[in-house]
Design a binder for this molecule. Structure first.
Ligand SMILES: [Zn+2]
Length: 251
């Protein structure tokens, strides 16, 4: 653990956060590789390299486009800083290892899906299809114990969320079903239970705070992808400690 390496992870996080944001915004429109440079959404001017520096450019321009003065979405600096902190956390928890690499992989998926689901209410199939072979590969080299718990986790996740969709009539969608199933495979049965619990807690807390702030009613649709994703990251970083703590509490 060194300060220099921590700083490097943080700075890479800022840069990659900016990229995951673009992935999340463009993949649902199939425009990830068709638009080359970043531009202002309002006046369409291509951004200069200074305007592409994560967070600092936002602060320097006070959140406004320097040509047309339209305000830049807070999503950009929040995503960049959030990813930077998560990259740093990965280094603090896993040091330099294959688990670090896998952590960064999960963060990249979670951040892109969070943006897509937040902005378009969509969890893009393309992202899940892209990441599925990578997590299978990781689990071949680092299987859970017992190894088949990955498959049980996926099947259980699918069955549980499928039933919820069937009986709740709305609330969760097919995208959420696939996303949960994906993480069922990654984490296996017992850690998936924790993930599911955490995601509903996060979602409920968010829903309640929005209602308290009068920004939502009981009927507003809340995109659930971000809560599933952040529950998954919580489990990846702290799952074993949480389960250990809970077992100690019970016994
Ligand atoms: Zn502009």
């Amino acid at each position: 653990m060194t300060l220099t390496l921590g700083l490097i992870f943080f700075i890479y996080g800022l840069v990659f956060g900016s990229f995951f944001n673009v992935v999340g915004l463009r993949v649902p429109n199939d425009s990830l590789f068709t638009q080359k440079r970043s531009y202002c959404d309002v006046c369409n001017r291509t951004l200069t390299w200074q305007e592409l520096i994560p967070v600092f450019s936002f602060v320097k321009q006070k959140g406004k486009c320097s040509t047309c003065q339209s305000s830049i979405s807070l999503l950009y600096p929040v995503m960049e800083l959030g990813t930077a902190l998560l990259f740093l956390l990965t280094y603090l928890v896993y040091g330099i290892s294959w688990h670090t690499l896998f952590g960064l992989l999960l963060i990249s998926l979670v951040m892109s899906v969070t943006v897509s689901d937040w902005v378009y209410q969509k969890i893009p199939n393309k992202l899940l299809i892209f990441y599925t072979p990578l997590v299978i590969l990781y689990r071949l080299f680092f299987p859970l114990a017992p190894y088949w718990t990955s498959v049980v986790g996926a099947v259980f996740a699918f069955a549980l969320v499928f039933l919820i969709i069937l009986f709740s009539k709305g609330g969760m969608g097919v995208g959420d079903l696939k996303y949960y199933t994906f993480f069922g495979f990654v984490f296996g049965f017992s850690q998936f239970l924790l993930l599911f619990l955490l995601s509903t807690i996060y979602g409920t807390l968010y829903g309640l705070s929005m209602m308290l702030l009068n920004k939502a009613t009981r009927k507003s649709r809340i995109p659930f992808g971000p809560f599933i994703g952040f529950a998954a990251l919580t489990v990846y970083f702290f799952g074993n400690s949480i389960i250990q703590w809970y077992l100690n509490f019970l016994l």
